[in-house]
Design a protein around this ligand. Structure first.
Ligand SMILES: [Zn+2]
Length: 279
């Protein structure tokens, strides 16, 4: 009887050990398969994201370099605003062609004396139709006239009227010729600006493309040296050297993970050397 009981006890212990081993194996499998499934799903999610942002859905699930850049750009909050001063010019159409080819919007600050020239007006209209913003850059571009004789606001309003006549859109954003400093450090002009509800944008990067001594390659170098912020407003001009280097400027900002912004009256944010939040 005692022997039989011991045998049963031994059998029970063996059963217990077998069940324990079984449980350990089961646990191992659950963890292993679970992890595999997790990674698989993550992989699936990533390829889904790729097909959404890429130009074409990926038939094989490999990630191409182009898609990686695209994901980087969509995820990043870095934005560059390309701004072109002093137009319209004979180059405006060619600038629009490049911007269209690269699907990049821009903000133009146009000068009244050029807007009055009928030969350029179709390009101005086209710029507005293609989603670019046309802001004002004064009628004369003359320092003494604008700042010493305080014609800044009257000239900007006249330029805005011209833009409206050509494009049918009423702008509020202006760029001060030679920048807002020192010309706009003048209370009389500032109160006129407030009254007219104008906004004034300077820039965060000066490409120095206005200098005749700067080569197209140097324009790109200056830009690369000065690119530091998540939001950059790049000063460019409608010059031949700028036109030549523009595709590389666009490529550079894409590589750096920037999206291209266009000014919007509804989403205004201040950018002026005076750090005046009202502008
Ligand atoms: Zn200018």
């Amino acid at each position: 009887m005692q022997l039989k009981q011991r045998k049963i006890h031994k059998n029970k212990r063996n059963h217990f050990i077998i069940i324990l081993i079984f449980l350990v194996i089961l646990f191992y499998f659950v963890i292993e398969v679970g992890m595999h499934t997790y990674y698989k799903w993550n992989g699936k999610d990533a390829s889904l994201a790729l097909s959404v942002v890429g130009d074409a859905p990926n038939k094989d699930s490999r990630i191409s370099v182009k898609d990686k850049d695209e994901i980087l750009r969509v995820k990043s909050k870095k934005v560059v605003y390309l701004t072109f001063d002093d137009g319209p010019t004979k180059w405006t159409g060619a600038f629009l062609d490049i911007l269209q080819e690269h699907k990049v919007p821009a903000t133009f600050f146009m000068q009244g004396s050029n807007l009055e020239k009928a030969v350029f007006q179709n390009d101005v209209k086209r710029a507005a139709e293609e989603g670019h913003y046309i802001g004002a850059h004064s009628m004369t571009h003359e320092y003494d006239e604008l700042y010493k004789r305080r014609q800044f606001v009257p000239e900007m309003l006249a330029t805005i009227d011209l833009i409206y006549d050509i494009t049918g859109t009423k702008s509020t954003l202006v760029r001060a010729p030679y920048g807002s400093l020192p010309g706009l450090r003048n209370d009389a002009i500032l109160s006129q600006i407030m009254e007219a509800k104008l906004r004034v944008w300077d820039w965060t990067i000066d490409s120095r493309d206005w200098d005749v001594q700067t080569s197209p390659e140097e324009v790109l170098e200056y830009i690369m040296e000065d690119t530091k912020n998540d939001v950059e407003i790049l000063l460019l001009h409608e010059k031949k050297r700028t036109l030549e280097i523009l595709p590389q400027i666009i490529a550079y900002f894409k590589e750096q993970g920037y999206l291209f912004g266009v000014y919007s009256d509804a989403k205004h944010f201040p950018c002026n050397f005076m750090e005046d939040e009202r502008l």
